[in-house]
Design a binder for this molecule. Structure first.
Ligand code: CU
Length: 145
């Protein structure tokens, strides 16, 4: 009896793993189609995290990790997160945006606190600059609670 159940769980586990692999392949081929045009610099590795996750309406702590194309942390950049929400005509709301500036903490990790003005879907764009020049940026769709 218990043996049958184990087999069943095992099979389902395999099915799930196969699904994950398929998804990974599909998304990587989409990514390949969106490579930056020739002549553009190799992109930075940018990650955005929030506390809490997902962010809530009000004050949140944001953490960004920045690595160069060589995988080494970038420790001397100016990093900010720009929040943008499109206008919501049905609610008579204009577009909303605000910027949260982060400070380098250690080893390519930048931290700061800032406001998310309302619950819902936002585009959070991490901007990485040095001396006013953009080194890279990455957009993260987030849904604030
Ligand atoms: Cu809104």
């Amino acid at each position: 009896m218990s043996e049958t159940r184990n087999t069943h769980v095992y099979t389902r586990g395999l099915g799930f793993a196969a699904l994950l692999v398929t998804f990974a392949l599909a998304s990587s081929s989409v990514g390949a189609a969106q490579q930056p045009a020739a002549g553009q610099k190799p992109s930075l590795d940018i990650m955005l995290m929030s506390k809490p996750t997902p962010p809530k309406m009000g004050e949140n702590t944001f953490e960004v990790m920045v690595k160069g194309p060589d995988g080494k942390p970038i420790t001397d950049a100016d990093v900010s997160v720009q929040f943008f929400m499109a206008a919501m005509p049905a609610m008579k709301m204009p577009e909303m945006k605000n910027t949260v500036t982060l400070k380098h903490q250690k080893e390519g990790t930048y931290v700061g606190t800032g406001q998310v003005m309302m619950a819902g879907k936002w585009d959070a764009t991490v901007m990485v600059k040095r001396a006013g020049k953009e080194l890279g940026s990455k957009k993260f769709p987030i849904t604030a609670k």
